[in-house]
Design a protein around this ligand. Structure first.
Ligand SMILES: [Zn+2]
Length: 353
């Protein structure tokens, strides 16, 4: 009875049916970049650049619904996994003390970083007075705590304070949020899929920050007449009858969720052979990419594509599929220079040119 009841509560809070992921029209690179991060969060997130009204936030929310449910420690503010790594100090202590941890299953959430959020709101706060007076640590968790094991969605990341972007990217890279105030420190796991959006017309992101997003896709309004018409028709049908519309996509949604779940399970077994690694390295050299982050991300992303395609190893086709999103924000273009066509360079290198 308890489960039925809690199920009903969940339904009430999610009464507004979401637009289905598989009903989205076009924007394939954006959808692929999101799915790849869901398969392997170590890819390091995705930056979506583009004008407003290109379904960025709809796509992220729709994706979250497709991801496998998480097993969590029910009363932990960081939704720690009940076993294995990535648990907070308290959960580790409880488990070591033999306490059975209460387990719950939760759907993955999209945690939105409020615009104008203060650093305290993001990283959390230590109550210094309580610490000094009673020697007790009192930590008020912030957005990074909420985002652990979830998707952290940062709209207009280019308008955030550089320092805050740094904090976010540090936590994303380390999987941990460390807070230090007056010699008192706290930490908690902060593993999340970072999705940032920006409209380049409203300001750029520093190149050092750009490079720390695993993938980057540029979205533009769709220029194909038939696709544009289809977008409008589907929107109208969805708005007229959200429930019925969602039901019409239930089978394709289930198939996509299944494909992602199988890819997650298979990821660790996907091989990347040396010639493919060499292709990735040559690509970085040919396009004059600084550092080695691009190579690491390209390998992971190609592996995730192979897993999605049900392949035992990542090959040239998988590298070609991810190269534009791995390199879009890492290839420098001087003023008046045209961005180099990454797909062409991949084709040349793969052809032994
Ligand atoms: Zn915990």
């Amino acid at each position: 009875m308890v489960t039925r009841r809690s199920g009903r509560i969940a339904q009430v809070s999610e009464r507004q049916p979401l637009y289905p992921f598989t009903a989205l029209v076009g924007q394939e690179p954006m959808r692929l970049a999101l799915v790849l991060n869901a398969i392997d969060p170590a890819i390091g997130g995705v930056l979506i650049r583009g004008e407003k009204g290109t379904a960025k936030s709809t796509a992220v929310r729709a994706l979250a619904r497709l991801l496998p449910e998480l097993e969590v420690v029910a009363d932990c503010p960081y939704h720690c996994p009940p076993s294995g790594d990535g648990r907070c100090a308290a959960c580790q202590r409880r488990a070591a003390g033999g306490e059975p941890l209460p387990v719950a299953r939760r759907r993955m959430r999209v945690v939105e970083l409020p615009i104008n959020a203060s650093e305290d709101r993001v990283v959390g706060t230590i109550d210094l007075e309580a610490a000094i007076q009673s020697g007790q640590r009192r930590f008020e968790p912030g957005v990074l705590a909420e985002a652990n094991r979830q998707i952290l969605y940062v709209d207009e990341v280019n308008l955030l304070d550089d320092h805050l972007v740094d904090v976010l990217l540090d936590a994303a890279a380390m999987g941990v949020n460390i807070i230090e105030r007056e010699g008192i420190s706290e930490w908690h796991p902060a593993r999340f899929i970072l999705v940032g959006t920006m409209n380049p017309e409203e300001g750029e992101l520093r190149p050092q920050l750009l490079d720390r997003f695993g993938l980057c896709v540029d979205v533009t309004g769709i220029r194909d007449v038939a696709e544009r018409v289809e977008i409008v028709c589907r929107r109208e049908r969805f708005e007229a009858d959200p429930q019925g519309f969602a039901e019409g996509y239930a089978a394709s949604e289930a198939a996509e969720a299944d494909r992602i779940e199988r890819a997650i399970a298979q990821l660790g077994r996907v091989a990347v052979d040396r010639p493919v690694l060499e292709l990735i390295a040559q690509l970085g050299i040919r396009l004059e990419v600084d550092g080695h982050r691009a190579d690491l991300v390209a390998r992971r992303a190609a592996q995730a594509v192979a897993a999605l395609r049900g392949l035992p190893r990542a090959g040239v086709a998988e590298v070609a599929a991810v190269a534009p999103m791995v390199l879009a924000h890492r290839v420098r273009t001087g003023p008046g220079q045209r961005p180099r066509d990454i797909a062409t360079v991949v084709a040349q290198l793969a052809g032994g040119d």
